[in-house]
Design a protein around this ligand. Sequence first.
Ligand code: KIV
Length: 270
Amino acid sequence: MKNKTTVNSLIKMKQENKKITMLTAYDYPMSVILNEIGIDIILVGDSLGMVVLGYENTLSVTVDDVIYHTKAVARGNSSAFLVSDMPFLSYKISIQDAVQNAGRMIQQGGAHGVKIEGGAGTSDIVKAMISADIPVKGHIGVTPQAIFQAGGYGLKGGSEKEAQKLLNDAKELEKAGVFSIVLEKIPQELAKEITESIKVPTISIGAGVYCDGQVLVTHDLLGMFDKFIPRFAKKYVDLRSVIKNAVSQYKQEVEEGKFPGKEHSYSIND
Ligand code: KIV
């Protein structure tokens, strides 16, 4: 069985050049599967708003939504480091609010740490959470909770000015005490520079191969969500078609009286 992933084992993986694997999960069965494969970090991402709850973006997700899904994932988790995403407005109104909401993810949800979006401006929030013994993962580059402020999900760090800002954000987050940083949709050359400039692991989603690890939204990897498919999301299987095939076979067999057969039925003497 895989050893439990910890904040320290993740930093050791970076030091030893071992790639870190991270995926999202929102329920018990997926958590069990990711554990059986030995995925290092499971994220209960606020992407759940789009891929599970059917919202247009992540902004409608609440703290209670994330806790509900974290609880289910925690029941199936044995070895992964379990991170809950802090939803929109759950950590930027006040520091007290932020620590309280993050604490609920740990105490009620069963998470081991939380993730927040934002750069150097979130340093005080990170420090306050860490003072309360809550491990924090940063998230810079494209930050989907800022979709309206940014005007969309376009590449970040393309200009020299933006690249310098992101490099500074990563360094400030490291100073504040994050155990890792997600880099979303930035040029791979910049992701390499950031990765080489800090001691905590970087996890890429659309930030190229030079990061210390990779994350994908599991529904994208499985072909379960087709409303919005970013270029960086590799579809390893078309599970939507597999499911549609099975469900239409079931429908046809019921309509034709072929299901249930004898092997799925009971008799008085059974
Ligand atoms: O919400 C999410 O799933 C995320 C990942 C894309 C990193 O933040």
